[in-house]
Design a protein around this ligand. Structure first.
Ligand SMILES: *[C@@H]1O[C@H](CO)[C@@H](O)[C@H](O)[C@H]1NC(C)=O
Ligand SMILES: *[C@@H]1O[C@H](CO)[C@@H](O)[C@H](O)[C@H]1NC(C)=O
Ligand SMILES: *[C@@H]1O[C@H](CO)[C@@H](O)[C@H](O)[C@H]1NC(C)=O
Ligand SMILES: *[C@@H]1O[C@H](CO)[C@@H](O)[C@H](O)[C@H]1NC(C)=O
Ligand SMILES: *[C@@H]1O[C@H](CO)[C@@H](O)[C@H](O)[C@H]1NC(C)=O
Length: 285
């Protein structure tokens, strides 16, 4: 038996390099590809991922961990040119019945026509809380930051650091359900939804343009992995307490006044018996 084969130092060193290899690959550290096979391509040492969609399949990935509260940043460059019929999604979701879910969905369009950023929040299996926005930039020209911040106080959806939507935790004061006890994973995918996505399904996917490709960067997952109770007392996690202040609320108002194109809380036709209770709360009405 050679000395080196049992050297504790060598074993420690090779273990270290194993961990280094894993941790220097930001994608595989936190995520894995779930469907679409080689339509999902990881490159640049795990710093870039492309998802593609063709007439056979889309593709997607999800987080390894489940989080009970998280701040997930994703840098995305959406399908360019004629992306009509395609949907690129980035969301958090718990599993099973009565699930909770927080959605960003980007609805493609014909070249030159605007994408719609569709958002929704499900609590205890119930969604129907859609808000939709146009973006103030071309989301296909470059990467932009899309953030889901979910803590005990509120859910904030941000685009390039600007809050576009707030959903407060009013469960104890108003009885409005709020996701706070089911851990969620992060999911992302690119798929065909030409039955509803573009102009309500009027514009179909033009398959001669396939494959459609969306790109992702930055795979940090800032969340409290379920079961790690130390996370909630860590000084590092200031997002756990993040809420709007006067300035960030003003920015959100700017987005909502200028770029919001649909708000369920204003769709009287849909709620003839009265709006859901959260619609009477400031920032929703
Ligand atoms: C899908 O696209 C490929 C390449 O354009 C084509 O050869 C094939 O017939 C298409 N398949 C279906 C099911 O439409
Ligand atoms: C997105 O966030 C990164 C850091 O996470 C920053 O370097 C970059 O400038 C941001 N991009 C935009 C368009 O805000
Ligand atoms: C696509 O463009 C049309 C026309 O400008 C617009 O009405 C629609 O909101 C756009 N977005 C989607 C996803 O349909
Ligand atoms: C689909 O795209 C091709 C290539 O740009 C174009 O020639 C064709 O007219 C498009 N089809 C439809 C239905 O718009
Ligand atoms: C806080 O962040 C620092 C620097 O990134 C890190 O060294 C430390 O382990 C973190 N602490 C906790 C409790 O996560």
């Amino acid at each position: 038996m050679s000395a080196s084969s049992s050297s504790p130092l060598l074993i420690v060193m090779s273990l270290c390099s194993l961990f280094l290899a894993a941790s220097s690959d930001p994608f595989y550290q936190n995520f894995y590809v779930t469907w679409g096979g080689d339509r999902a391509k990881v490159s640049d040492n795990g710093q870039l991922l492309t998802l593609s969609l063709d007439n056979v399949s889309g593709s997607g990935f999800q987080s390894k961990n489940e989080y009970l509260f998280a701040k997930i940043d994703m840098q995305i460059k959406l399908v360019a040119g004629n992306s009509a019929g395609t949907v690129t999604a980035f969301y958090l979701s718990s599993q099973g019945q009565n699930h909770d879910e927080i959605d960003f969905e980007f609805l493609g369009n014909l070249s030159g026509d605007p994408y719609i950023l569709h958002t929704n929040i499900f609590c205890q299996g119930q969604g129907n809380r859609e808000q939709q926005f146009y973006l103030w930039f071309d989301p296909t020209a470059d990467f932009h930051n899309y953030t889901i911040l979910w803590n005990y106080k509120n859910i904030l959806l941000l685009v390039d650091g600007i809050t576009i939507r707030e959903f407060k935790n009013l469960e104890s004061s108003n009885g409005i359900p709020f996701p706070h006890n089911q851990a969620m994973k992060v999911y992302s995918s690119l798929w065909n939804a030409d039955d509803w996505a573009t102009r309500g399904g009027l514009v179909k996917t033009n398959w001669t343009l396939a494959p459609f490709i969306a790109s992702y960067k930055v795979f940090g997952a800032n969340g409290c992995v379920q079961g790690n109770s130390d996370c909630y007392s860590s000084n590092n996690n200031s997002w756990l307490w993040q809420q709007l202040d006067y300035a960030t609320e003003g920015q959100m108002k700017w987005v909502q006044d200028n770029y919001m194109i649909y708000n369920y809380c204003k769709d009287a036709k849909r709620f003839p018996q009265g709006f859901p209770p959260e619609c009477y709360v400031k920032n929703n009405k």
